[in-house]
Design a protein around this ligand. Structure first.
Ligand code: NAD
Length: 493
């Protein structure tokens, strides 16, 4: 059984139980982990608080070296981490190998950024004064992470948080804690004890205890809008900082000039990547009428070529869904949408031939309307819902209509349509002709119900620090505007 990681060592739980981690492709038990309690979370937060001042005192250049070492250790352990990610989460192994490399690159990026980004010097308002800002760490950051990219979404939090001088307590998803524990023991163990801690367990037990713990100053959360809202309410009681990366129902517009040789596999990848369990997945697809017939026909044909199976098989394009609950939810959402008038073109059922696990066929729905379940609710599964729109204007207006604002994609070479869509659609990321590509140096996050705050880029570093303004007057003198005010009578109007 895998233990917790607290204060630089494996630690048992005080009174916690055991959780079995199930391979969603085979339904075999991969391993067991500690199901920690609120007391374990509080203990870890205390150790993190004790370690943080020492970590902030480490010179930035040395912190950078240690973060580059994390990147190196991740690359050394790439294969084992990717295999573990596949066995606990189901994603194809090739996607997990990519995920580990993206994590290493993110550590390298923040190692460098934090070496030179420390604050500003600003012009003084009077002679013999000096003004500057120092960006200080917040203290202890709780990183609460979902199942779909267990390491990447963790690293987007802890690489900048550590670079800024914070210590962290990590709560992985209860479904996918194994790669995180391995990473802590192999890739983070050279950091000073207590700077990184991992507490495995459920949201209500461990997550809420971290949100409430007085040692924790910031909660960096990625997950559903429902849980994010709950965390924000709880954190507000203690006036704690939150960084919330939440759900999305992203639009993808295929304009009439799109090259369908690119757009068909591009949109399919943007929807079926990780079996549709991606926050920025193309959950509302809009196709302009003049090309809709051909697009849909080719999209269905392409969807039928996708190979669904165990992610360890190198030919697998799409793995299983994460859990029984997840597959039941997707099934119910598709059934409801069909009852509401959507038409099923392919898929729409489980795939027992892919294996004993939670396999759902890549599914295409048309005759989708804005009021149907499949576009009103976030469908976290491989279900492409296509809405046919009259023209570019209708496509942009329909795509812009959403309570969410995570990402948006388009395919077009027409600059005017591209720029009009970019202005009209509220989204943290707007992709033109290259779906879902992230850049460590550019901010990522959501507007509206997709969250608040940003990860990555300089914004992602600032999420974990706060500025202190330092004002120095190097000639101490009595100021003419102090008491007594009778000396200033002449200034009165
Ligand atoms: P989830 O909200 O169920 O769980 C996320 C994490 O929160 C888990 O670690 C869970 O244990 C924890 N948690 C649950 N209840 C909690 C509570 N009361 N207090 C504190 N922590 C609690 O999400 P999920 O099913 O793991 O992931 C899917 C969701 O995440 C989707 O909605 C998806 O869109 C979203 N997501 C968003 C982004 C983004 O960057 N915006 C990225 C990936 C996933």
């Amino acid at each position: 059984m895998k233990k917790l990681w607290i204060d630089g060592q494996s630690a048992p739980s005080r009174e916690g139980g055991v959780r079995r981690i199930v391979n969603p492709a085979t339904l075999e038990i991969v391993d067991e982990v500690v199901e920690a309690t609120a007391a374990d979370a509080r203990f870890a937060a205390g150790r993190a608080a004790a370690a943080q001042p020492g970590w902030w005192a480490v010179p930035a250049v040395e912190r950078a070296r240690l973060l580059h070492e994390v990147a190196h250790a991740m690359r050394q352990d790439r294969v084992e981490l990717a295999d573990l990610l596949t066995r606990e989460g189901g994603k194809p192994r090739i996607e997990n190998l990519d995920e580990v490399e993206w994590c290493a690159a993110c550590f390298d990026y923040y190692g460098e950024l934090a070496r030179h980004s420390y604050g500003n010097s600003v012009p003084p308002v009077a002679p013999h004064q000096v003004n500057f800002t120092i960006k200080e760490p917040l203290g202890v950051v709780a990183a609460i992470v979902p199942f779909n990219y267990p390491l990447l979404l963790l690293v987007w939090k802890i690489a900048p948080a550590l670079a800024a001088g914070n210590s962290v307590v990590i709560k992985p998803s209860e479904l996918t804690p194994l790669a995180t524990l391995r990473f802590a023991q192999q890739g983070l163990a050279h950091l000073p004890a207590g700077v990184v801690n991992v507490v495995t367990g459920t949201g209500p037990a461990v997550g809420e205890a971290l949100v409430d713990d007085p040692h924790v100053q910031c909660i960096a959360f990625t997950g559903s809008t429902a849980v994010g809202t709950r965390i924000a309410e709880r954190a507000a009681r203690h006036l704690k900082r939150v960084n919330l990366e939440l759900g999305g129902i992203d639009p993808f517009i295929v304009f009439e000039d799109a090259d369908l040789d690119v757009a068909v596999p591009g949109v399919a990848w943007a929807r079926f990547l990780n079996s549709g369990q991606v926050c920025t997945s193309a959950k509302r697809i809009f196709v302009v009428q003049s090309i809709a017939g051909e697009f849909i026909e080719r999209f269905v044909e392409h969807t039928r070529t996708l190979r669904v199976g165990n992610g360890m098989d190198p030919d697998t394009d799409m793995g299983p869904l994460i859990s029984q609950t997840a597959i039941e939810r997707v099934e119910a959402q598709v059934q409801r949408s069909l009852g509401e008038g959507a038409r099923l073109l392919t898929g729409g059922a489980r795939l027992p031939e892919a294996g004993p696990g939670w396999f759902y066929a890549p599914t295409v729905l048309t005759e989708v309307t804005p009021s149907q379940t499949v576009v009103c609710e976030e469908v976290f599964g491989p279900v492409a819902s296509i809405q046919v729109v009259r023209d570019a204007d209708e496509a942009i207006a329909a795509a812009a209509r959403s309570e969410y604002g995570l990402g948006a994609n388009i395919y077009t070479k027409n600059l005017e349509w591209a720029m009009r869509a970019m202005s009209a659609i509220k989204a943290g990321t707007f992709w033109v002709n290259d779906p879902l590509t992230d850049n460590d140096a550019a901010p990522f996050g959501g507007m509206r119900k997709s969250g608040m705050g940003r990860e990555l880029g300089e914004e992602g570093l600032d999420a974990f620090r706060e500025p202190k303004h330092v004002h120095i007057d190097f000639v101490p003198e009595r100021k003419p505007y102090w008491h007594p005010y009778r000396n200033r009578r002449g200034e009165l109007p």
